[in-house]
Design a protein around this ligand. Structure first.
Ligand code: FES
Ligand code: FES
Length: 153
């Protein structure tokens, strides 16, 4: 066992980990970030996406020991008036909701990199995320709406 320190959604945690511990499990089980979801577990669905220093990472593939000292943002830590979350709700982008935290984090990454994305930019950026309920059209609309909201605020 070893110890790592993480800042998760603004709060510092010291986690006890084994060499093979995955960031996904440390975030859910030790930092209480249950908005980080396990879908495929093999890097193919995007449900487990978090931002590490603003960059998207599939936490199901990430060895926790490599993230000592990292600042991590998860969907669990977003404020109630987050533009992306609001837009997902308003656009009806959520059915079962399981995939949504991953899409929301990818949308945040996109809007930071490109505050005025067009539909193709959104499609390209979200290409690695899977929604089994198939709300892709609503999700795309929500990301474009969130970009507009951000610009207006
Ligand atoms: S659970 Fe990590 S990519 Fe699917
Ligand atoms: S809303 Fe159900 S998997 Fe995406």
């Amino acid at each position: 066992m070893s110890r790592i320190s993480l800042v998760v959604d603004g709060n510092r945690y010291v986690a006890e980990i084994t060499d093979s511990a995955l960031l996904l499990d440390v975030l859910r089980e030790q930092a209480g970030a249950t908005g980080v979801r396990e879908g495929c577990g093999v890097g193919a669905c995007g449900a487990c996406t978090v931002l590490v220093d603003g960059v998207s990472v599939s936490s199901c593939l990430a060895l926790a020991e490599r993230y000592d000292g990292a600042r991590i943002t998860t969907a669990s830590g977003l404020p109630a008036d987050d533009e992306v979350v609001e837009s997902f709700v308003e656009c009806g982008a959520t059915q079962c909701g399981y995939c949504i935290p991953g899409f929301v984090m990818m949308a945040h990454e996109l809007l930071t990199e490109n505050p005025e994305p067009d539909k193709e930019d959104v499609v390209r950026h979200l290409d690695g995320n899977i929604c089994r309920c198939g709300t892709y059209a609503e999700i795309r609309r929500a990301v474009l709406a969130a970009a507009e909201k951000r610009r207006a605020r």
